[in-house]
Design a protein around this ligand. Sequence first.
Ligand code: PRT
Ligand code: ZN
Length: 294
Amino acid sequence: MSEKRLKIAIQRSGRLSGPTIELLKKCDIGFQDGMGKLRSLADNFPLEIYSLRDDDIPQYVEDGVADVGIVGENIVAENGCGIDVVAKLGFGKCRLSLAVPKAFQYSAAKDIQGWRIATTYPKILKTFLHEKGVSAEIHNISGSVEIAPSIGLADAVCDLVGSGSTLFSNGLVEAETVMTSEAVLISNRNVEPSIKKILDKLVFRISAVRTAQQNKYILLNAPNEKLDDISQLLPGIKSPTVMPLAESGWSSLHSVINESDFWEIVEKLRDAGAEGILVLSIDQMINGSTAMGA
Ligand code: PRT
Ligand code: ZN
């Protein structure tokens, strides 16, 4: 009998492909025969990878052709209903925004009552307009949405935005964020128990990688009389590790600090008398709890 494998659908080629493969590699999952094929097998983890168009992934997962998938929340909101979101993955961040011509003074959604809006996300836009109590004509087009107003096809657009430069170069400006999005791990709702065990292992590894990405390992030297003050600045997982240095009167402190307040803490450490501060990236970090925010 062949070994049970978790089937994962990922984007074949596009913005999410690179970061998805990178994430799997950081989870120490290697591939036998390279990526880019429709189907490939991991060689050290029971995983079978399907490389597909991102729009098709929710349906494949809902139908059970794949057990899980990695896609943007925007695709889940537009195309996915009978699936579960298991974890947020922290990459592919963007927003779906309503954008109007630069010269237009937008103050509220009611300003676009009766307008023609071009989008690839008709379902999300319809819900948004309904919630705002606005009726507008939704033009569902499949690509290059941002040029629709300049060729007279629409008055406004509802499209994905990263830096905003594409909108800007097409004479448009963001009027309102309809939703924010990042890549997520989605799952079929009826995964059989043996496959669920593999999924739990994958989620555990992803969680360890994500936690590590949000933290840094810090080492520093401190004069003993300043140890208390410096330790207060280093919460660590529990509290910092303190070890005596060969030079008397000095100690070495090791700790883990969150990336979000990293620079602020480093400056405070320096001001408090820390020397020889070394900062290292962490590959994986396993906390007591590995629950991931979905
Ligand atoms: O072929 P396939 O259907 O698989 O891919 P695709 O062409 O539909 O998707 P792709 O690769 O463009 O995007 C995949 C996912 O990446 C999206 O579904 C989002 O979840 C996410 N993502 C993150 C983005 C962006 N950032 C983004 N900037 N998707 C699209 N864009 C577009 C944006 O609409 C604009 O046209 O990129 C362009 C540049 O953006 P600016 O604002 O930086 O200029
Ligand atoms: Zn797509």
